[in-house]
Design a protein around this ligand. Structure first.
Ligand SMILES: [Zn+2]
Ligand SMILES: [Zn+2]
Length: 254
């Protein structure tokens, strides 16, 4: 399995609009972050997790040739801003794209992009909407995923495990169900939006990630969805030896 981190940034990317870098050192290219997005390639299938507003740029700059399915974590703009690209993507690929979302996320999508659900988009026939369970197993492109939900602001995010890899973004807490799904995983890609800082903003920081790492068996951990508060080198100094902050283009071979 090959995991490519197409985007490692938080809601506003780094630099933010008007070239604002906050704590991130502009001299380090690892601090240039597009919105969070992950590509999983396994058994000749390509599954994207989230489609934010940088999707077109990410697909083009990493020269990705195919996408079979999209898993959506939740309905915030930085995770669904690229969903309207999919009807044309499906036409250009010449095949359908399965789009998985929980009932809650599907409601958010219908509010944001009503026209995609009313049959007004002629190319929309290639999009196959699928309902994600809130907890448990599901099969996507012949791959056996497990999912659970985590609280995040007023919403919930769906998190995913596929074999020895798991991805959990936009979370502020985790239930025992979530810990049970993650237990024994070998690599966890996890949101650490606030880095070394504490902020009550629906996101996590390094201390919170450390708490769950102990409970799930101390896997390799990669920290993503990093805000402009986070400087790559500064965060890297404070993580255990088998952990790393993510950067755009980082590849994890499993
Ligand atoms: Zn986010
Ligand atoms: Zn969010």
């Amino acid at each position: 399995m090959k995991i490519t981190i197409l985007g490692s940034g938080s809601a506003y990317g780094v630099p933010m609009i008007f070239n604002q870098w906050r704590n991130a050192n502009p001299e380090n290219p690892k601090n240039i972050r597009t919105r969070a997005c992950v590509l999983i390639e396994e058994n000749d299938k390509s599954v994207l997790i989230d489609a934010g507003p940088d999707l077109r740029q990410q697909i083009n700059s990493f020269n990705i040739k195919d996408v079979d399915a999209l898993l959506l974590t939740h309905g915030h703009y930085d995770h669904i801003g690229g969903v309207p690209e999919l009807p044309r993507a499906s036409t250009l690929l010449g095949h359908g794209i399965d789009v998985w979302a929980s009932e809650e996320t599907m409601s958010e999508l219908k509010i944001s992009y009503g026209y995609l659900f009313r049959g007004e988009e002629p190319e929309g026939v290639g999009i196959h909407w699928k309902t994600l369970p809130d907890l448990g197993k599901f099969e996507c492109c012949g791959l056996n995923f497990e999912t659970y939900r985590v609280p995040h602001h007023h919403l919930h995010s769906s998190a995913f495990r596929l074999g020895d890899f798991a991805y959990m973004t936009d979370w502020e807490d985790i239930s025992e169900d979530g810990i049970n799904v993650l237990r024994g995983v070998k690599c966890l890609l996890v949101e650490c939006n606030n880095g070394l800082y504490y902020e009550k903003n629906g996101h996590s920081n390094l201390d919170k990630v450390k708490e769950i790492a102990v409970k799930i068996g101390d896997p390799r951990i990669v920290l993503t969805h990093l805000s402009a508060r986070v400087d790559y080198d500064e965060l890297a100094k404070f993580v255990p030896e088998h952990w790393l902050p993510a950067y755009d283009g980082m590849v994890l071979d499993m």
